[in-house]
Design a protein. Sequence first.
Length: 423
Amino acid sequence: MRRFYVILLLLIAIPLSAQRLRVAFIGDPQVDDETELGYARKSIYAEIGARKDLDLAIFLGDLVNDDVALLVPTRAILDSLPFPWACVPGNHDRDFYGLKKGRAVSFDRTVQEGKARDMASYRRVIGPTDTSFVMGGVRFIMMDDVRSKGGKGYEGGFREDQKAWLAKQLSATSEKMPAVLCAHIPFSEFKALDSLEAILSAHPKMLLMCGHTHTMARHLLEFPGGLALEEVLAGAACGSWWRGVPDEQGIPSATQNCGSPRCYYLADFSRRGYRLDYKVIGRPAKEKASAWIADSTRLVLNIYGGSTEGEVQVKLPGCRWIDVPRSKEPAPEVLAVVEFNRSLPKKHRSRNHQYIPLRTVDSPHIWAVNMKNDPELLEALQKAEGKEIKIRYRDPDIWNRRSAPSLMSSYLRVVPFSLTPSK
């Protein structure tokens, strides 16, 4: 009989310990009109809606691009998803009382003209701007951090009443329970973090998820008093505002300024914490990086979902594994777009929908190595164009344990210009 109870307890414990909650975090669909809503419907919404492994989807703001009338069809799409969803408001989800591009962009025609921006339509169509819930043993806190500065202006931050509300939510949450704080504007853009640190210190094992920047970045956000939390900038489902050369479905490439394609994040939560994965919209799950030969001697890797804490090794065909250090430089994809932009007719170039307004700024997830001093590796590199290479990536998670290295692969491409252009 005793053995029976032991087996019964084990059978109960196994599914509890193996319980997983899979969440998709999606930044900035940011549709500007019916055409772009169609792009979003055929790409990000269709992809996550077809997934059989999601328990929840969280949208990190900017569902629309100032035309709040588009919140209504967007809400219909979200409600059609086969799993629950939640959303935080973005700076482009606010009402603007007046005309933009010749259209009225507020549902409420009776509001005084003195109010330039508010969340009336968002609250009516989408729901509360601040909310919190527990799902699968994880506390999710959703907050509006778009603070008005008068007129159309805004900045990232919380009001005092919001801080009090946040403190109350955390005081009701066990320190052992994983927690996620979601907002639109990155916390690293706040002017002051001292008061926020005092609140978040009550729950030091927390993941910060944001959108807004149309770039992908992962890093430890270090607060003035020593608290360090992982902050994830989840990129944009619209990429660079639905611009660029269209694919076979007619959807623009919209490469982001960090060099990442349009994307979203997947997070698997368990009692031990979480693990993150990066998914390129419309491409196979294994496509997580790109590899380029630059200046004939350099191997440049763009690990799309890479953290500043990440470590990378690479294996060329027929060679050993080698370490690849992080590099501060623009992504090869961005320089390729800049070169393409120059090929467009100069007259009204920026109005061409294939033109993506990217800047040659450093990407936060580039690793590169120069092989000119190693004849064996240099020969292998120069023979590897168009071939598949193996990449080994790892980074520490929020509990400072070393995650198992993830294996990925990419095909080598040649960059016909320097990756360190003169300034």
